[in-house]
Every structure is written in structure tokens, then in C-alpha cells.
Design a protein around this ligand. Structure first.
Ligand SMILES: Nc1ncnc2c1ncn2[C@@H]1O[C@H](COP(=O)(O)OP(=O)(O)O)[C@@H](O)[C@H]1O
Ligand SMILES: O=C(O)C1=C[C@@H](OP(=O)(O)O)[C@@H](O)[C@H](O)C1
Ligand SMILES: [Mg+2]
Length: 180
């Protein structure tokens, strides 16, 4: 991996971009553990993500998310970290990730995100009448933050395996490539 920092790739991007799925494939190929931040949050809380949102609101969830990220980066050794789509909202989180590894933005258009998240009740922010409008609004707010990543990888039309292979190749190269 390159000089962006220590050896933890952080996958960021919107809900349905494939962070959890690509993270598993990437960790497998690297022979390291995958840490899915949402799983850490749920484990520490002792309940599922929708229950945290229901009990504590989004603000409570964001506090738990930041605490989980800080806990994970303190772990020694290489890891792949699949984050949740809103991790980039806090500047502290963006700094923490950039200081501890390579931040990889998994990019996808809203149509693809909608297809990949359809029928999944595990994402409280999408339990609304018009999930397309919600994904569009979130993307408008967050895209400038995702674009601060070290690498941007397009995911539509490619399998999670193929996306993981591209990340591997670009992590290995001396120049991770210009972000556009
Ligand atoms: N590159 C891909 N091509 C097709 N389907 C994908 C791809 N990446 C993820 N998926 C599927 O999309 C859904 C959401 O993926 P997930 O990894 O949970 O996204 P995220 O963690 O970014 O919200 C899952 O059903 C997963 O199998
Ligand atoms: O975009 C978001 O704000 C969220 C994304 C979710 O993770 P995924 O991006 O893995 O779905 C999860 O952290 C929570 O529901 C909030
Ligand atoms: Mg996920």
C-alpha cells in the first residue's frame, strides 16, 4: 500500500454503493479482517441499527459511529474498514480515516443505489415514501465529502469482486491515481 498513511483501507460511499460487500471481498484478497463499522456499532449498543435510530435518533447514532471509528483505528495491524454512508458527515471522522489509511470512495448513480437497497428494511434513512428523492438529497449533501477520498472507484456494471480487484491494484501502485 502507499504513503497515504498506515495500512487500513476505509471504504466510504452512499448506501448501496457496496462498502460492506466489497469490503468482504477486499479483506479476503488481502488476507486480513474486515471490520464493518455498522456491525461494531450494533454490537456495542446491543441492538440493531434501526433500533438505535428509533431510540436515540440520528444524532445518537452519529455519536456511536464516531466512537466506533475511534475504537477501530486504535486496533493494531492491518484491517479493511467498511463504513456506513454517513461517516463522512463529521470532519473528525474524515480526519481520523485519512490519518489511518487510504480512503476509497465507492461511487454509484442513484438508480443503481436504489436497485441495490430496494426492499432492505435495515436502513432507517430509506424507510420513507420516496427513497429515490432521499438518496438524491443525501448524495447532493455528501458527494463533496466522499470526493475527499484518496481513491474513487466506479461500481455500476461491475461485480463486487471486480471492484475489490481494482482497489487492490490501485492500493499497490505507487501513484493511487488522480481523483477527478
Ligand atoms: N458491485 C456490485 N454489483 C452488484 N451488486 C452489488 C455490488 N456491490 C454490492 N452489491 C449488492 O448491493 C447490496 C448492498 O450492498 P452493501 O455492500 O450492503 O452496500 P453498502 O454497505 O455500501 O450499503 C447487496 O445486496 C449487495 O450484494
Ligand atoms: O448513509 C447513512 O447515513 C447510513 C448508512 C448505513 O450504512 P450503509 O451505508 O452500509 O448502508 C448505516 O450506517 C445507517 O443506516 C446510516
Ligand atoms: Mg454497509
Amino acid at each position: 500500500m502507499h504513503e497515504c498513511g498506515p495500512d487500513k483501507p476505509f471504504l466510504v460511499g452512499p448506501m448501496g454503493s457496496g462498502k460492506s460487500t466489497v469490503g468482504r471481498a477486499l479483506a479476503h484478497r488481502l488476507g486480513v479482517e474486515l471490520v464493518d463499522l455498522d456491525a461494531v456499532i450494533a454490537e456495542r449498543a446491543g441492538c440493531a441499527i434501526p433500533e438505535i435510530f428509533a431510540a436515540e435518533g440520528e444524532a445518537g447514532f452519529r455519536d456511536r459511529e464516531q466512537a466506533a471509528l475511534e475504537e477501530v483505528v486504535a486496533r493494531p495491524g492491518p484491517l479493511v474498514v467498511a463504513t456506513g454512508g454517513g461517516v463522512v458527515l463529521r470532519e473528525a471522522n474524515r480526519r481520523t480515516m485519512a490519518a489511518n489509511g487510504t480512503v476509497v470512495y465507492l461511487r454509484a448513480d442513484v438508480e443503481t443505489l436504489l436497485e441495490r437497497t430496494a426492499g432492505d428494511a435495515n436502513r432507517p434513512l430509506l424507510q420513507v415514501d420516496d427513497p429515490r428523492a432521499k438518496l438524491e438529497a443525501l448524495q447532493a449533501e455528501r458527494e463533496p465529502l466522499y470526493r475527499q477520498a484518496h481513491l474513487i472507484v466506479d461500481t455500476p456494471g461491475r461485480t463486487a469482486q471486480e471492484v475489490a480487484e481494482e482497489i487492490l491494484a490501485r492500493l499497490d501502485s505507487a501513484d493511487p491515481g488522480a481523483v477527478d
